[in-house]
Design a protein around this ligand. Structure first.
Ligand code: FAD
Length: 152
């Protein structure tokens, strides 16, 4: 099972509806490919983690890399792991507009430029994605940490 983590910059700031559209289409595609993952966007910076069989991930990532809605892509990590850590959704995104998300360890990342600068650090990027994933589960009234199935 391959886990791939990358960051990128949006070509232009996307409204919520455009992000939701990416996620709805992605979840349909990813479910078919046995891929799970999570996406966050903050003031024009994307972080995404994808999990699945290596061949499926590599093929999907090649397609995402050609997407003209973002640029400056940088792969922050590729790890072979026995299981999934983001297995609850085939794709979902964490809108980071809730002030409580930015309390504590992420307080200094709330500023969009600070977030962009730090987004290239794999440990920070993964920590943000993990927190946003759990946060999204709470908002959805679910506990994604104990769920290892794909709901959409
Ligand atoms: P089409 O849908 O035919 O699109 C071809 C190209 O047109 C795209 O590559 C894109 O450049 C452009 N395009 C498509 N829709 C729009 C639009 N609404 N506005 C502007 N340009 C558009 N796809 C997944 O399947 N799984 C993912 O996990 C995933 N994650 C993504 C994360 C990010 C940050 C972004 C920006 C995109 C992501 N996508 C994902 C979308 C992916 O890049 C492809 O657009 C999608 O997979 C459809 O590919 P397609 O070859 O069928 O192309």
């Amino acid at each position: 099972m391959l886990t791939l983590l990358y960051r990128s910059d949006a070509v232009s700031l996307l409204p919520f509806s455009a992000l939701a559209d990416i996620c709805v289409r992605s979840s349909t595609n990813n479910r078919r490919l046995g891929i799970t993952g999570f996406l966050v966007e903050h003031e024009g910076t994307f972080l995404q983690v994808l999990e699945g069989e290596a061949e499926a991930i590599n093929r999907l990532f090649a397609r995402i890399s050609k997407d003209e809605r973002h640029y400056n892509m940088a792969v922050l990590g590729r790890w072979e792991r026995p299981g999934r850590s983001f297995g609850f959704w085939a794709m979902n995104f964490g809108p980071l507009d809730n002030p409580s998300f930015w309390q504590g360890r992420f307080a200094d990342l709330r500023d969009g430029e600070a977030f962009r600068l730090r987004s290239g650090d794999a440990e920070t990027a993964m920590a943000v994605l993990c927190q946003a994933y759990v946060f999204a589960g709470t908002v959805a009234g679910a506990d994604p940490v104990i769920g290892d199935f794909v709901i959409g």
